[in-house]
Design a protein around this ligand. Structure first.
Ligand SMILES: Nc1ncnc2c1ncn2[C@@H]1O[C@H](COP(=O)(O)OP(=O)(O)OP(=O)(O)O)[C@@H](O)[C@H]1O
Length: 229
C-alpha cells in the first residue's frame, strides 16, 4: 500500500516559455513538483532564471503552456476565471515586493478587502483585520491612508492583507526586498508564527539568506527543472 502523503499542490509536466522577438525562451519544463501542507520552501537563484514565473504559475496568476496543476484533487487549469479567482482569494495569500495596495483607502480597508470580496460578515472581517494589523504592529495606523505610510509600514499592511483570510498557502515574492533589517525580521517572524499556528504552507522567492535559511527546503531552477539546492 502507498502510504506517501498526498501533496497539497502538485505541478505535473508543467512548461512555460516566453516569446522574445522571433524566438521562444523556455523557462520551465518540469516533470513534477509537489508541495505539502505546512512546509516552507525558498525559491532562490540568479536573476532571470524563472523564480517569479514559478511563483506566478503556482499562484494561478499565469497559465503554463502545458501540464496540470492540482490543488488536492482538483485540476486548477480546468476551472473557469470566476472559480479560479474564488480559489485564489480563499486559499492563497500573496505578498509582492511592490505591494499593490489600494491607494486612497485606509490600512484597515486594505486588509479587510479579501474578506469583503469573499462576502464575509463585515464585523467578523473587521475584527480579523484589526487583529492582523495588531500582529504586524500597526494598530496605531489603521485609519491612515496607505500612501501616507512608510515603505516598511506599507509592506506590513500588504502582509496583513495576505494573511487575513488565513490562507492555505502564502506566496511571497521578495517580501522583504525593500525593508530594513528590523522590519525584515518582523515580517520573517510573522510568517514563521502563522506557519506554526495554522499550518500555513509558505513559498517564498528571496535573495535574503536569513529568510531562505528559515524555510524547510530550498529549491532553484536549472534547465527548466525545479531542483533542490
Ligand atoms: N511576460 C513576459 N514576457 C516575456 N518574457 C518574460 C515575461 N515574464 C518573464 N519573462 C522572462 O522570463 C525570464 C524569467 O523571469 P522571472 O521574472 O521569472 O525571473 P526571476 O528569476 O524571478 O528574476 P529576478 O530575480 O530578476 O526577479 C526572464 O528572462 C524574463 O525576462
Amino acid at each position: 500500500m502507498d502510504n506517501s502523503p498526498i501533496p497539497l499542490m502538485s505541478l505535473q509536466s508543467v512548461s512555460k516559455g516566453f516569446y522574445s522577438k522571433s524566438s521562444k525562451i523556455e523557462i520551465l519544463d518540469t516533470s513534477s513538483f509537489d508541495i505539502y501542507k505546512g512546509e516552507t520552501i525558498a525559491i532562490v537563484g540568479a536573476s532571470g532564471i524563472g523564480k517569479s514565473t514559478v511563483l506566478n504559475i503556482i499562484g494561478t496568476l499565469d497559465r503554463p503552456d502545458s501540464g496540470k496543476i492540482f490543488f488536492q484533487e482538483n485540476d486548477l487549469l480546468l476551472l473557469g476565471d470566476e472559480k479560479l479567482a474564488y480559489f485564489r482569494n480563499s486559499k492563497l495569500g500573496f505578498v509582492f515586493q511592490f505591494h499593490y495596495l489600494l491607494q486612497g483607502f485606509s490600512a484597515l480597508e486594505n486588509v479587510m478587502m479579501p474578506g469583503l470580496i469573499a462576502h464575509k460578515n463585515k464585523k467578523t472581517i473587521e475584527r480579523s483585520a484589526l487583529n492582523m494589523l495588531e500582529r504586524v504592529g500597526l494598530l496605531s495606523r489603521v485609519s491612515h491612508r496607505v500612501e501616507d505610510l512608510s515603505g516598511g509600514e506599507q509592506q506590513r499592511v500588504a502582509l496583513a492583507r495576505a494573511l487575513v483570510m488565513k490562507p492555505k498557502i502564502l506566496l511571497a515574492d521578495e517580501p522583504t526586498g525593500n525593508l530594513d533589517q528590523k522590519n525584515s525580521r518582523s515580517v520573517h517572524e510573522l510568517i514563521d508564527e502563522l506557519n506554526k499556528e495554522i499550518g500555513m504552507t509558505v513559498i517564498v522567492v528571496t535573495h535574503n539568506n536569513e529568510l531562505a535559511s528559515m524555510m524547510n527546503r530550498t529549491v532553484t531552477i536549472m534547465d527548466g527543472k525545479i531542483i533542490p539546492v
